[in-house]
Design a protein around this ligand. Sequence first.
Ligand SMILES: Cc1cc2nc3c(=O)[nH]c(=O)nc-3n(C[C@H](O)[C@H](O)[C@H](O)COP(=O)(O)OP(=O)(O)OC[C@H]3O[C@@H](n4cnc5c(N)ncnc54)[C@H](O)[C@@H]3O)c2cc1C
Length: 465
Amino acid sequence: MQKVSAGKIVIIGAGITGLVIAMELSKKYGKNVLVLEREEYIGGLSATVKRDGLIYDFGSHRLHRDIQQDVRDYIEKTLGVELLKRQRNGKLFFRGRYIHYPPNLFNFLKHFSTSEIMGFIGSYLHNFFQSPASNGLNYHDAMVKAMGSKIYSTFYEGYAEKLWGKNPCDISVDGKRKRVIGDFKTLRRSLHAKSSYYYYPRDGIGSIPDALARKARENKAEIITGAAVRAVKFHNNRVAQLVVEDRQGVCSHIDVGMLISTMPLDDLFKLTLADQTHAPQLEWRGAKLVHALTDQVLTSDTETYYFPGRDITVGRVSDITKYSPYLRAATPGTMLTLEIPLSEGDALWNMDDASLLDICRHDLIKVNIFKKDPRIINYFITRLLKTYPVYTLEWKKTFYSITQQLDQINNIYTIGRGGLYLHCNIDHCIEQGIALAKHLLAGESCDKDAWGSQVKTFLTQSARD
Ligand SMILES: Cc1cc2nc3c(=O)[nH]c(=O)nc-3n(C[C@H](O)[C@H](O)[C@H](O)COP(=O)(O)OP(=O)(O)OC[C@H]3O[C@@H](n4cnc5c(N)ncnc54)[C@H](O)[C@@H]3O)c2cc1C
């Protein structure tokens, strides 16, 4: 049994999850709530960055249309963030041409010959009648079983390799379950006209964490940026102190009553070990984001361009002013964010910024976003290290070995995308944060076993695109 009131509640990470928890707990515990954030900004992956007159999200961010009504109410009514309802005008680059994304049936089919369509249907039916009902062990097998080899190899195989940087045979079937792009039901659903809208905060996705932080601070919670947690110290099977490094590189000790961590689970575990060299590692995929202001103005309504093919370096391009017309650069032009999924150590990961920008500029012309070479007025590149969980065939063994050991420590909770090693969306993070705060606010009666069954339901959450 844990009593929240036993000491300071320290939350690692000022992303959406950490800030929801801080905001909710600060209503009761006020200045007893402390958030430590390594970066200089709040919002984590859902921040909106304003730099040198430019405005960017960390890649394409939106609230998907099937977000729960109570989460939408929370954002609009509790936080006072205005959500715009926007038409989806995505484009997917396929065989040198663009298909509207999400596709509608008519638009989709007209890009294929009759024999190709018959091939898709034939391969699907072949699978339907021939294959056993089993889901298969790896992503490749599960996808072929679910939709036939033709649809899989045409639409999903290359993208899976690009996103995860691995052969799909080395990805667990959970890669399919945790990302809702990978089954026939999804394909069918995306053909339905209703799928083509989303919600977006008027002033950028980062206005959600900004509002959470403002409200938490109004309740006297403290949020410190530029504060990286470097070590976790124990006393009697409880976290007693954190070692925190500030932006000048100076370390100090902070006493802890309850620790809630949203940082990557394996990174946290490493900080708890005396011998860090043998810490178990979960696999992650990172990304480089190229934020660029170009002189050419894009007049189309398209907000997101998708590039599943392996021949294009960039995976996705987004034009933030099409998400919200209220976001404008200080200088006329187009503010684009180009996402390149990468792992640390890849050649492109180590490449200098100017050379990477050059590759991106060529991609933008190759895929016809610009007709002629755009002049880049201003740009900067962000590196995101642990962005997408890579569900390898062994991930569960490592994940449960870490969580079982952390469960022995009475006053730690891990939560959020990093804390649960979960490929999830913003609304899932809000749900998780509210649920944990509610659980802890239950006070005397809260116990980790009850929380464990709640976590099991979060682990079934899947990211939508
Ligand atoms: C490219 C991209 C596009 C996405 N698009 C969408 C979308 O369209 N719709 C949607 O709903 N979701 C989307 N998501 C998912 C969404 O951004 C995340 O699920 C959500 O922001 C995760 O929030 P979080 O607070 O759990 O984690 P994070 O945002 O990762 O927050 C964790 C925080 O912990 C901090 N931290 C880590 N280590 C330490 C340390 N040692 N000390 C102190 N602080 C530390 C980090 O700096 C970070 O701020 C997207 C994600 C990505 C990467």
